[in-house]
Structures are given as C-alpha cells and as structure tokens.
Design a protein around this ligand. Structure first.
Ligand SMILES: [Zn+2]
Length: 349
C-alpha cells in the first residue's frame, strides 16, 4: 500500500458477498471515475446512453441501489433509470414482477448476470410472453455460454455484448459491435495471459495490472479466470484495443449436469445470498447426477431453511441432479482469498 496517500482520496472496497472470505482492497477516488467511464464507454458500444432506461438483473448485494426512500426513487426515475431485479433471490414470482416493471418502462437495454438473463429468457418463453424485446443486452459477472447468447438473441431480438470484469479492477474487457471477442480496456489495465499447460485449447491464466490505482497497486494480480488471446489480428471496428477471446471463467466453478450443460456456482451461491439463516455455502459435485450443498448454518437455521434452499436451487437443477443438503463447519477460501464455489467430491478430505 502506498505511504502518505490521503485516506480521503481512497475508498475501501471488498470482493464477495455473504460467502467466502472477502478480499479487502482500496480504490483511489480518481480511479473510481475512470472505472465508471470505462463502463459507460462500453454501454455506448452497445448503444446505451446515459439517461436511457435499462433493465437490470443484478445479483451482487454490494451493487444494490436502495429504492427505499422517496429521494432514492426520484433519483432512480431521473438519473439511474433502472428497472431492477435482485437475482440473489430469483424466483418465478420475482421474474413475473420484473416482467411487469419492464412492460411499464419499456427499456431498450438489458444489463444482466449471464445466467440470470438465461433464466429470464426461459421464463419469458415458458409464460408465452412475446412483447419484451431489447435493442442490446450486456451480460457480465458470469461466463456467457454460447447457448445463453443464442437464447437471449432469439428471445429478445437484440445482440449480446459480453463484458468481463471483476470487483478489484472493474471492467477489464468487453465486446464491440463486431462480436469478435472482447477488447481489453488497456488505457488503465495491463492484461497478460500466463500459459498453463494443464489447460486445454491454449488457454492461460489471466494476470491483471491496474495502471491507475496508485494507493494500492495490484501488480500481475491473478484473478483466477482463464482465457486466450483472440486470433483475429485487427478488429474490423477499427478500435486498436487488444482482443481477448471469450473468457472461459474458472473452470472449477461450474456444476456439470448429465446433459453436459454447466451451472455457474457463483450464480447459485447468489441465489441463497440473502438468507440470513445461511452463513456460507459450497457445492460439491459427487457425480453428474449428484450434488451436495454444504451449508454453514447461521442464526435461525432449521428445517424451513433446508426446504427453502431446496426450493430455490431446484429452479436451477430442474431435476437433472439429486441435491443433498449437509451442514458443515466454516469453509476456508483458497490462499488467494478467492472462494471456491464448487469443489469436486475427491477434493474433500
Ligand atoms: Zn472491435
């Protein structure tokens, strides 16, 4: 950490929500502005301008905007213009409410956790809703599976603009209107891909150096995601920013279903993040047909909690795998401070 940096010029932040051991870090106020600018720039690549209404399917509790007070509501009406569903408690009723809100405001854009957007599209199809379309959809926070991209574009009409980032450095790379891979926001970030022979398809581990956060520099910081550089030499859009191939995410963070599809562990974890009776969860893949949820009980944990967990998670598992719920002692993070959302049964001692 830099010495002599005024405390008032940096802001404390942390990774993770109610699960895992959060990593604490500091962001310069000036860097926060640059991060916001990078996000706005990518919004504009997708056609979204400040002042446009936008639908949000957003799970991170730390990102929530409170709409409790009149002032907050006015601020949302006039400034942020968000129609929002907190996807940490996604249910069919929640999606129906969200559908009604989208119908009232008719936003032309959707910004969403990739898997939440997938669930919303499935809900729209199941309910036979035909009047919700978007000009563009920005997906983030989770790996965008090709089938999710296809489903979203077919269901809502617009194109998907994928975005990759993390809480520590915010937006890292994002897709332009050529949909050729993701341009690295290299004005602020140096991204390296460290070769790793244990990974398939020439993938490597992503290392990020934040060139603008001076009070607490992150140098060759390993995020824990894997990717490869794009083979496209120059993007036809004319932007000179280097191109990443789609980020494959943490391969270990996925539950694999018998039909070969993968469910993101982080997204499942967010599904239960608002339950105060649950202090921590981790998924264990025993086999493709069998999943164990390890739960560290919180205050008030009991049979009703187990039933609620089962109800919420069944929305994702859809009967494809059996779910066993087991109470567990506190679960440690990896040495990097990153939490393992999914582990294989063979890794449990
Ligand atoms: Zn481009």
């Amino acid at each position: 950490m830099a010495q002599g940096f005024p405390e008032s010029e940096r802001i404390r932040n942390q990774t993770g929500g109610s699960t895992g051991s959060p990593l604490q870090f500091l962001v310069d106020r000036e860097r926060l502005d640059a991060r916001l600018a990078a996000t706005e720039r990518h919004n504009e690549w997708a056609g979204l301008r400040p002042g446009d209404w936008c639908a949000y399917l957003w799970g991170a509790r730390l990102d929530q905007i409170s709409t409790a007070t009149l002032r907050d509501r006015l601020r949302n009406e006039l400034l942020y213009r968000r129609v929002e569903l907190n996807t940490s408690q996604i249910t069919a009723e929640g999606l129906s409410r969200f559908t009604d809100a989208v119908r009232r405001k008719r936003p032309r854009f959707l910004i969403a956790y990739a898997y939440s957007a997938h669930l919303f599209a499935e809900h729209v199809i199941k309910e036979g809703i035909g009047d919700i379309t978007f000009d563009a959809m920005i997906t983030t926070a989770e790996v965008l599976m090709p089938e999710t991209r296809r489903l979203l574009e077919k269901t809502f009409g617009g194109r998907v603009f994928n975005r990759y980032g993390c809480r520590e450095v915010s937006i890292i790379a994002s897709e332009c209107d050529q949909h050729n891979g993701m341009h690295v926001h290299s004005e602020s970030l140096l991204v390296e891909i460290e070769p790793d022979p244990s990974l398939p398809d020439g993938l490597g581990r992503i290392l990020v150096t934040d060139l603008r956060n001076l009070s607490m520099p992150l140098i060759r910081y390993e995020i824990g995601d894997v990717a490869a550089w794009s083979k496209t030499a120059a993007c036809p859009c004319g932007r000179g920013l280097p191109l990443l191939d789609d980020v494959r995410g943490r391969t270990t963070d996925f539950l694999i279903m018998p039909d070969g599809s993968r469910i993101s562990g982080p997204s499942l974890t967010l599904v239960v993040a608002d339950m105060s009776e649950v202090s921590q969860v981790q998924f264990v893949q025993n086999s493709e047909q069998s999943i164990t949820l390890r739960v560290v009980p919180g205050v008030g944990y009991g049979e009703a909690t187990r039933a609620e967990l089962r109800k919420r998670l069944d929305l994702y598992l859809r009967g494809r795998a059996a779910l066993d719920i087991q109470e567990a002692p506190p679960i440690a993070s990896e040495a990097s401070g990153k939490y393992r959302f999914v582990v294989n049964a063979s890794e449990i001692k």
